[in-house]
Design a protein around this ligand. Sequence first.
Ligand SMILES: NC(=O)c1ccc[n+]([C@@H]2O[C@H](COP(=O)([O-])OP(=O)(O)OC[C@H]3O[C@@H](n4cnc5c(N)ncnc54)[C@H](O)[C@@H]3O)[C@@H](O)[C@H]2O)c1
Length: 255
Amino acid sequence: MRGLNGKVAVVTGAGSGLGRGIALRLASEQVTIVVLDVDEAGAGLTVSMIKEQTGEALSIPTDICDYLACRVAVDQVIDQYGSIDILVNNAGWDKAMPFIDTDPELWQKIVNINLFGPLNMHHVVVPHMVEAGGGKIVNIASDAGRVGSSSEAVYSACKGGIVAFSKTLCREVARKGVLINNVCPGPSDTPLFAAFAGEGEKAEKLRAGLERAIPLHRLGTAQDIAGIVTFLASEEANFIVGQTISVSGGLTMHG
Ligand SMILES: NC(=O)c1ccc[n+]([C@@H]2O[C@H](COP(=O)([O-])OP(=O)(O)OC[C@H]3O[C@@H](n4cnc5c(N)ncnc54)[C@H](O)[C@@H]3O)[C@@H](O)[C@H]2O)c1
């Protein structure tokens, strides 16, 4: 795709699942990848996979809930590579449970990772993009934030919050060349989905039910999400801003 070769991308949560797929896909377009993840082993594996395909990649172990750690990581990327052209806010987490069984301690953890984490990353990266004359940000939200998802109430609030936040931020910075869009995966086959589904017969029933309900009759994959993220990060998408795109095999259809 146009305009990716030689760019530098920070991908949070690229040590697993969708983030790893996004990192590999961007790397295949000769984008240098910086992985920010709390899972050092997973991040290290992603970096090795990229290097095996002769790409350039670096892991900076970072908890996105920690504002100062985000700032230090971003400063390191700027020192080492000179710019951050693409930011993919992908790291996320949830523990599925009916809302009335949850407690404020769990809400705090979910909000810290899924809402404050991306806020921290926008706050430390956007000034560099503005100074450089532009950049692309893709937030991995969720269809849970658009249509709801039973047992994911607080997570849904965070994902819907990120969609609303980014619409406002891109009104502030689009004219400075910083273009922000959101991708909402539907149910996708990753370790996070496996944890959501649980184990044994219950998990199999949930998966089979979803496969029946999804018009394309399967769960999403990392490759399904990586394609649209790469497109939005490229120059092919230079007139697309403030949009939210569901990638759900048709489970949700937004006008
Ligand atoms: N899998 C799905 O069905 C699905 C559906 C909709 C949205 N999503 C979203 O897609 C994104 C990726 O999810 P996934 O399914 O690949 O999950 P995953 O659990 O496979 O990967 C998430 C990664 O984020 C990292 N992470 C978690 N907390 C972090 C923190 N505080 N700081 C840095 N890294 C952190 C984890 O270590 C992990 O490597 C998430 O934002 C998730 O909410 C997933």
